[in-house]
Every structure is written in structure tokens, then in C-alpha cells.
Design a protein around this ligand. Sequence first.
Ligand code: PEP
Ligand code: MN
Length: 260
Amino acid sequence: MLELERTRLECRRAVRVGSVVVGAGRPVLIAGPCSVEPGYVEQALALAETGADALRAGIFKPRTHPDSFQGMGREALPLLDEVRLRTGLPLISEVLSAEDAEALGDRVDGYQVGTRNMQNYRLLEALGDIGRPVILKRGLSATIDEWVAASEYVRRRGNDDVVLCERGIRTFETRTRNTLDISAVVVARELTDLPVIVDPSHAAGKREWVPALAMAALAAGADGLLVEAHPTPAQAWSDGPQAISLQVLAGLVAAIRHHR
Ligand code: PEP
Ligand code: MN
């Protein structure tokens, strides 16, 4: 083992994302719609009421088909400003490129790198240079070692504020959208000093299955959850079938508090 790795493992890292600390012992709950929509301000105020710690705020969306809604883009920047001002909660926004990060400017507290971009090394280096926290999702066919190696691209640029996020991997199983690899939480937390959170939404693909997967993640020692939630899930512009309602989100908030 390299000396650097040994030193890192001796103390677990806590990553501050705005006013929230991931990896400080108390699991955090990041929630919000898959993508920012025109009704985002009202949605975010309602989500904040449930007691979520931070909000999803994706305006650049990496969709499998180019005809699918690609996110509101720069047009949504004023919505992010208003939500940050009115809720006081940290915002996490996905970036597909360094230009996306530049467009977001100081409006967000952390970047999300999606599963499709886990091995976009130039992007990871650019985010390392910027220095803001990065939530690095596991590639949908990436091994745990490849995922941890990807985090090093951010860290070698001097930014250690990386949170790993397991979101399900591709297996032979087709009933679920992806197969949630709970063991990855345990193994990644052993291999690195970084906090590990879980996104049960993209693993399940179906809202009814999200709470059980979320509880499984907490039981495995996850440092937090990243969950898709929407006041009217059926009307969500993207990933509606896996978005949980405010009521279910409030249940998760209570469960996570109990877990603390
Ligand atoms: C998302 O969080 O909306 C998303 C696109 O996730 P993933 O990269 O895990 O598919
Ligand atoms: Mn989504």
C-alpha cells in the first residue's frame, strides 16, 4: 500500500457541501426532482419543508436518447438563485462538461458527475481544478476499483472533496432499472477515506422500491442518500416513475434521523 493511501485510510474524510457535511457520522439526505423544471421553485420549497438536507438541482441532463428532455440549461439559472436564497439549502447540480460548471458559476454548492461520465477524465480534472465538492456516481459497468481510481483524477488536482455515490450497476437482471450493489458501500468505504452515499432511485427505477433500498443503504453504513422526489411524481419531466412523493420523502427524513 502506498504511504499516501495508508495515511488517508487512517482518518475518514468528511466533505462539506455548503452547510451540510457528508461523512461526519450523521447520514445526509439529498433530494429533488430528476431535472429542474419550470415549477422548480415551488417544488424546492415543498421539498425543503420535509427536512431534506440538500437539493438536487440538475439543469444539464445526460439523457440516453437525444430526443429526451435535456434539461432546462442556462435558462434555469435564475430558478437556482431563487431556490438557494429562499431555502438556504445547498444545491447539487450535474455537469456534463467543464463549460457546464462554468455556466453554473457560484450558484451551486456541489457538482454531480453522472454514471455516464465517471470515466470522463478531462471533466474530472477540470472539477479538481475548480475545487468545489464532487459527487461521483459509479459508472454503470465500472468495478469498484475503477470508480475509486476515477476519484483520484479529481484528487490529484488538489480537490479531496469527493463523495462516491453507488447508483446501481448493469447486470443480467431486468426487473429493476439497475442492480443496487450494496456491497459497494461496504467495500468502497474500506478502500478509501471518502464518504459513500447511495442513490436508490436510479437503481430501483420504480418509486415503490425506493424506501426499502434506502434503508438497506443506511444499514450497510452509507453516509447519505441521493433521492429523486417530486411533489407530483406523475408530472415530472424526467424519471417520474422513480420519483417519491413528499409524504414518502418525509418518511425517509424521519427514518434517517432515527438512524443517526
Ligand atoms: C440523475 O441523477 O438524474 C442521473 C442522470 O443519474 P445517473 O447518472 O446515475 O444515471
Ligand atoms: Mn434521474
